[in-house]
Design a protein around this ligand. Structure first.
Ligand code: PLP
Length: 388
């Protein structure tokens, strides 16, 4: 039986050339020509005159962005609650408090109204402003970033866009990750493109890039010996991994087109099925990469359980099992951070929207290895699994 995965790494065939180059020139280190060239590729891709630092992971990029903003012990960092743990864990690494903000129904991302409520309430409670705001582009879907930036600018709080899932998504024609002070890219094995493991930090200018590089290379001062005045990290990307990244960049637009094509196939297939709703861009000015296609079972019954005990409903579990039985991988949506045991005591500004979505949502295969025929089988299996 053929296995169909959510998003499997897919090599272009050009990767080996760059990896071989690294070996031939003995640049087998966390720096070198591939790292520099990959960063240039990423800067060209992001546009807007941004500078990019290639790193060991997307999580490292989130962490470094917070370090560069001076996040420390006792600070608040506002994070979207409906996300993967890597968005807010770095705040905890730094001794800060993640303040979890709920989502709106249209994009599933940070609700600008709840964001402003959170800022006001935290200022009132702690007497100081949060140090950063971290919205996320879940499954590649842009957020209402203009509205979020307007609030952030009004309160003068810098924004770190967690664009780890949204490599190549656009908002009003501009790449996500280029709106805030910092943007996050991830090249983990299951993301839009891969370096086997890796990430990058989008910086506003050369000086900020230098600062990020300084922290990413153990905060070594400019001396012939090792002098340290600050705490740093070993976060640079390997020159071998960057070779994979350069190869991936030769097919990045094909990958994005393919993900968008698969999403459109799902949308067309379920157009007249009331029960199954495909999550598509709510605004014409949002162009998601559709990293993963997602559906919600609109008539499935909520199990009415919120908070830590919140779980996917019976319909989601039934559909997952039906897909699994024919070799197809699927997965519930991210369990919101405010409903995670580890974050149950974090301040949260939530109205249950993300938990309701989590209860009734499912991620479907979308990667470069998914064929039109695979989608047909997935659609047929899903339709059969629905119990009204
Ligand atoms: C994958 C991901 C990250 C972290 O990226 P890694 O490269 O896996 O460390 C951060 N945020 C979100 C939303 C992600 O999906």
């Amino acid at each position: 039986m053929k296995k169909v995965h959510l998003c499997l790494a897919h090599m272009s065939g050009n990767e080996m050339k760059y990896i071989q180059e690294a070996f031939n020139t003995n640049w087998v280190a966390p720096l070198g020509p591939n790292v520099n060239a990959f960063e240039q590729d990423l800067e060209r891709f992001a546009g807007e005159d941004k500078k990019v630092v290639a790193l060991a992971s997307g999580t490292a990029a989130v962490h470094l962005a917070m370090v560069c903003l001076g996040v420390g012990k006792g600070d608040d960092v506002i994070c979207q609650s409906f996300t993967f743990a890597a968005t807010c864990n770095p705040a905890v690494y730094l001794g800060a408090t993640p303040v979890l903000v709920g989502s709106e129904e249209a994009t599933w991302n940070m609700d600008p109204n709840k964001l402003e409520d959170a800022i006001k309430d935290r200022i009132q409670k702690t007497g100081k402003k949060p140090k950063a705001i971290v919205p996320v582009y879940m499954y590649g879907m842009p957020a209402y970033i203009d509205e979020i930036m307007e609030i952030a600018n009004r309160y003068e709080i810098p924004v770190i866009e967690d664009s780890a899932e949204a490599f190549g998504s656009k908002y009003k024609g501009k790449m996500t990750g280029t709106f805030g002070r910092f943007g996050i890219m991830s090249f983990n094995g299951n993301k839009m493109i891969t370096t086997s493991g890796g990430g990058a930090l989008i910086c506003p200018d050369e000086a900020t890039k230098k600062k990020a590089m300084f922290y990413a290379t153990q905060a070594r001062e400019d001396k012939p010996y090792y002098l340290h005045e600050e705490i740093g990290f070993n976060y640079r990307m390997s020159n071998v991994c960057a070779g994979i990244g350069r190869g991936q960049m030769t097919v990045v637009y094909d990958h994005i087109k393919h993900h968008q094509h698969i999403a459109q196939l799902y949308a067309d297939a379920f157009r007249n099925i009331e029960e199954i709703k495909v999550h598509m861009a709510p605004e014409s000015y949002m162009e998601p990469n559709y990293w993963l296609s997602t559906v919600t079972f609109e008539k499935s019954r909520s199990n009415g359980v919120y908070g830590v005990a919140c779980e996917p409903n019976d319909q989601v579990m039934r559909s997952m099992q039906a897909l699994s039985a024919v070799g197809i991988e699927s997965r519930p949506l991210w369990k919101p951070m405010h409903s995670q045991p580890v974050y149950k005591d974090a301040p949260a500004y939530e109205d249950g929207t993300s938990e309701r979505l989590f209860q009734k949502g499912l991620c479907l295969p979308s990667g470069p290895c998914v064929t039109d025929e695979d989608v047909e089988l997935i659609v047929k299996t899903l339709k059969e699994s629905v119990v009204l």
